[in-house]
Every structure is written in structure tokens, then in C-alpha cells.
Design a protein around this ligand. Sequence first.
Ligand SMILES: Cc1cc2nc3c(=O)[nH]c(=O)nc-3n(C[C@H](O)[C@H](O)[C@H](O)COP(=O)(O)OP(=O)(O)OC[C@H]3O[C@@H](n4cnc5c(N)ncnc54)[C@H](O)[C@@H]3O)c2cc1C
Length: 439
Amino acid sequence: MRKAFPIALYLANLAAIIALWARHSGALLGAGGAAALLAGARLAGLLAGYTLLTQIILIGRVLWVERGFGLDRLSRVHHWNGFALLTLALVHPVLTNAAHAALNGLAIFDQVLFFFRTYPTVLLAEIGLILFILIILLSLGFLRRRLTYEQWYALHITAYAALALAFFHQILVGGDLIGQGAFRTYWLILWAFAVANVILFRFARPLYQYARFRTRVERIVPETLDVHSVYITGHRLERFPIEAGQFLIVRFLQRGFWCEAHPFSLSCAPNGQYLRLSIKAVGDFTRKVRSLQPGTPVIIDGPHGAMTPRLCRRDRVLLIAGGIGITPLRSLAEHFTRQGKRVTLLYGNRTLDAIAFYGELDALAREHGLIVHHVLSEEPHWAGEKGFIDRERIARLVPDVASCDVYLCGPPPMMALVRRALRELGVPRARVHWERFAL
Ligand SMILES: Cc1cc2nc3c(=O)[nH]c(=O)nc-3n(C[C@H](O)[C@H](O)[C@H](O)COP(=O)(O)OP(=O)(O)OC[C@H]3O[C@@H](n4cnc5c(N)ncnc54)[C@H](O)[C@@H]3O)c2cc1C
């Protein structure tokens, strides 16, 4: 149901747009030649508009969409949907100019100039298109890697300007929307719905939550040399609707921190007293987390994430963590062992010093029966498991793996290797639940 509703809504609107287009422009298609090109151009324009709305919903942290898929998967769909948008947004002006040039007996270049002179919104739409092309080009792996996350994000924000330009262009000169009362009203409702969802979930909800829970930093506790836990308290936190395995996008309102919001997973099961985030120092923001002051207000966007206990259908659970990927699994371990499930944790690190929550995991093992195997790759004198979490090790340490629900979080190469190993060991895809630390 959580997935079915957003998918059904998406398909129903797609079908409605095509049906309305066919009613108004279908005859042009039948006429062939330049008229058919014009019909194609209109469809490409409408679908570009719809793909654009889908883009903002996918990345708008819209709760009822995110619940079924998880934000990391939605952000990957957003990435690929961007290429569909670019294709449609390029096809639309090419076909429009070709069709009108043929109908008016003009050369293509003269037709383009004519449009620019006569319809200012065409020029605005072209500026929007150039912005989209820039954003999409900069999202390509090799260019993206040259920018910091903050630079890339700031460029992405310009997409909202492009969105406004596209809207005015469509509503003022869109062939199927001018003079077609029902289609125009439907189109306006569609846009209003998408924009309202983004405003509500992306901007209003975090502020509302802050007003309601008054969340603030309580204390900072070191876990390892480069991992620090931030304890967040607030008013009536027992009502904060979070589940083990989920993550929050937090903004600390302290000088030097407030202009960036970063995602971090809950590293202990919800307890009504505090929310704990355990943060590894990897870059400029995370390196200064240890200097957060108690009392600092925290704006929380979330909770997000679909890797929750709800996905678990079995009494036997296997958790596989790599490095700081332990955080969501640490909260799930606590949740599942308290539920009385039989839980095994395979936890990979380079060295003994890098293990976060060693004592807490030990306590969960003693008091709640958690079975923990630490796997260390760069600790020659370690008496336990040495090397990496691979197929042979999973089969040996968890012989009943095929009957487990598996939760996985760690560095991407490790996750790819483990997912392949699990497939080969007979664990159905639907029982492997994983999350990447990348949006
Ligand atoms: C769903 C999820 C859960 C996470 N949970 C944890 C956790 O529990 N503990 C933990 O230590 N880390 C977690 N991370 C990773 C953490 O968000 C990044 O390490 C952190 O944002 C890096 O910021 P930086 O400026 O210090 O490093 P940078 O060197 O600037 O960034 C390193 C990488 O982190 C990502 N990143 C940077 N800034 C952001 C941002 N504002 N939003 C999203 N991604 C960003 C980018 O991929 C970037 O390449 C999680 C990430 C995600 C997506």
C-alpha cells in the first residue's frame, strides 16, 4: 500500500495528461507532416512539465511517498528522472520550431528568432532549459566529484527558478492549455498539489516539529577517536514519531553550523528521553561536531528512511554493518533483541580502535542474547574474525542465513559484495533491506 498509492497516483496522472492531450491535439497527429510534429511537440512539453513536478516530489522529502521507498532510492530515481526531463525539454523546442517553420515557410533560425521576438516567455523558458542542462551536466559523476556537496547543492537550488520559468511558459503559451478550461484547471491543480507538498514537507514540517518538540543538543559523547554521539533532548520526545533504523536531517542552530543540514541515523532505539546520532568525522562539517555546545537548538527534518523493523517478517534477523554503517543497525539490534528475536550482527571494521559501541553491543549480547561477530581487516593480532565480510564468512557464521531477514548498511563496495553473496546463499531479494549513506 505504501508503494502502491504513489505509483498508482503517478500512473493515473500520466494517463490523464495523455488522454487530455489526445483529445485536444490528437487530430493534429492524424493530419501528419508539420501538424503531427506540433502534436508531438505539445506532448513532449506536457510530459516535460509532469516530469519536472515528479522531480520535485521525488526530492521534496514528501512523507507519504518516502515511506514506501526510502529517501536514498527516491534520490536515485530523481537522478535518472532528470535525464528523462532533459530529453523531453530538448525534444519540445526542437519539434515546436521544426513544425512552425514548416507551417510558416520559414527557415528554422528565422522561426526561432520570430518566437523570441513575439513570445517573451519562450526566451524565459530557454533560460530555464539552460539552467536544467547545467544542473544535469553537473550531476554527472565525473563533474559532480569536482564540486563540494555544498557547491553542488547551491547549484541545484537554482532549479526552483527554472521551475517557475517553465510554469509561466506553459501556462501562457502552452498549446493544449490555452482556451481549454478543464485541462488548464487540472494542470493548475497538479502544480499546486506538487508545490504545496514540497513546501509542507520540506520547509513547514521541520519548523512545526521544532516548535512542538523544542529539540536541542544535550551532550556530546566520544565513541571512538573519530566518532562522536550527539544526544538530543526536547519536550515530550516520547511523541516524536521515529522508528529504529531511520535517520534525521539535522540543522544545528549554532554559529558555524546553521547554514548546513546533514543526514544522520538514529544510533539507539527510540526511548522517549533522547535521540542519539553518532557521527563520524569525514569532512568539514562532521569534523567540528565535537565542538557543538549543550543547549544548541536543533531543527529536525524527518524522520526519514524505510529501513525499519516493519520490513521484518521473520524471527531470525541478520544485521551486517561496515564502519559507521553500524548506526542504524545498532538501533535495530536493540529493537529486535528486545522483541525477543534471534539476532546476529556481523560488524566489519579495519581496526579494534574503530569499533563504535563495543561496550553497548557487548551489553546487548549479555542481556538480550545478541550474537556479535567483529570482523577486522587490519588487525593482525586479533583473535577473532580477520578479513572482510564475504560469502564464505556469512555461510560459516550464519548457517541459517537463508531463513533470515537481513539488514545491511556500509560502504558501497562492501554492500555490493554482500548483496551478491546473500543472493548466492539463497536469501530472496525481498528479505534484504539496505540503505546507502548517500542522497
Ligand atoms: C541516510 C543517511 C544516513 C547517514 N547516517 C550517518 C550516521 O549515522 N553517521 C555518520 O557519521 N554519517 C552518516 N551519514 C553520512 C553523513 O551524512 C555524511 O558523512 C556527512 O553529511 C558528511 O558531511 P561533511 O561536510 O563532514 O563531509 P563532506 O566531505 O563535505 O561530504 C562527504 C560526503 O557526504 C555527503 N554529504 C555531505 N554533505 C551532505 C548533506 N548536507 N546531505 C547529504 N549528504 C551529504 C556527500 O556524499 C559527500 O560527498 C548518513 C548519510 C545518509 C545519506
